[in-house]
Ligand binder design. Structure first.
Ligand SMILES: [Zn+2]
Ligand SMILES: [Zn+2]
Ligand SMILES: [Zn+2]
Length: 278
């Protein structure tokens, strides 16, 4: 691990010679982007836990820590945070209760059959003629049935949703986006817990904590899931408090030492634009 992290550090700094601050996301992307280095990492590292450790070791090395200190920090002081971002609120389309989302219903005139008994021949297919012989009914061509005038093959548009299958919800819904972060530091962990304690619903302004000068660069966004949940406004207020007060903030759903988290929930992802852990 030591040799590998020194090598990663060397290769990353070689590309960018200007004296810059290396963020953890930069290190992850750069390391995985260099093909030779990527193959080496794939060969040497067994799981994503080791990737995360390695990248943080490199991060701390670049900050000037010795290898021992860098290794200790990345083994013991990384945290995994899951959050719900309180996003926009709006009316949403919900499944029509009358047609269960179908948009159509059985025609009441023909009971969904699509055909009616021919009114001309009463379903006989024949009509009496003047010379007493049976004539084929002109209306139904002898079939005895006519296509129902009110529907299309037994189906009519649902009245309630006008054939859409969905209707606008009566109440507004709040979008919740799920986010997963990795961060370093006992003190950030404390800050998060302190902030949570201040709010009845454990809602915090996460950027206030993670995005300040001290922490910037050491925080890694693992994954975002937009509109991962939508909650009706009344239910929202019960579990999150006043919407206008908490909009844009985050509810903490989990804050653990990274070692306590099952690593099989992560993998290396190529987004096309960049490589990341996700
Ligand atoms: Zn009909
Ligand atoms: Zn007929
Ligand atoms: Zn409907």
């Amino acid at each position: 691990m030591e040799k590998l992290s020194q090598l990663v550090k060397k290769l990353i700094t070689k590309i960018d010679s200007n004296d810059k601050q290396y963020s953890i996301s930069f290190i992850v992307d750069r390391s995985l982007r260099i093909p030779a280095l990527r193959s080496l990492l794939i060969n040497e590292l067994s799981d994503v836990k080791e990737y995360i450790e390695l990248f943080y070791i490199v991060y701390f090395l670049l900050k000037g820590d010795s290898y021992e200190v860098a290794e200790f920090k990345s083994k013991n002081d990384l945290y995994y945070l899951s959050l719900e971002e309180i996003s926009d609120s709006d009316y949403i389309d919900i499944e029509c209760e009358d047609c269960y989302g179908d948009g159509s219903m059985d025609c009441g005139e023909c009971d969904g059959e699509g055909t009616e008994v021919c009114h001309e021949c009463d379903g006989e297919g024949k009509v009496d003629s003047e010379d007493d012989s049976d004539n084929e009914c002109d209306w139904c061509y002898g079939v005895g049935e006519l296509e129902c005038n009110y529907c299309d093959h037994g189906k009519i548009d649902c009245d309630y949703c006008e054939g859409d299958g969905y209707v606008q919800s009566e109440n507004e819904f709040v979008d919740l986006n799920t986010e997963f972060w990795i961060y370093y530091g006992e003190d950030i962990n404390r800050e998060i817990n302190d902030e949570m304690a201040k709010n009845d619903y454990e809602i915090i302004d996460i950027y206030d904590i993670l995005d300040n000068a001290k922490n910037r660069g050491s925080v890694y966004l693992v994954r975002t899931e937009n509109q991962s949940n939508q909650i009706e406004m009344d239910d929202f207020i019960d579990s999150y408090g006043d919407y206008d007060e908490v909009k844009g903030k985050h509810k903490v759903t989990g804050n653990h030492q990274l070692n306590d988290v099952p690593y099989n929930s992560f993998r290396i992802v190529n987004t096309g634009k960049s490589y990341k852990i996700g």
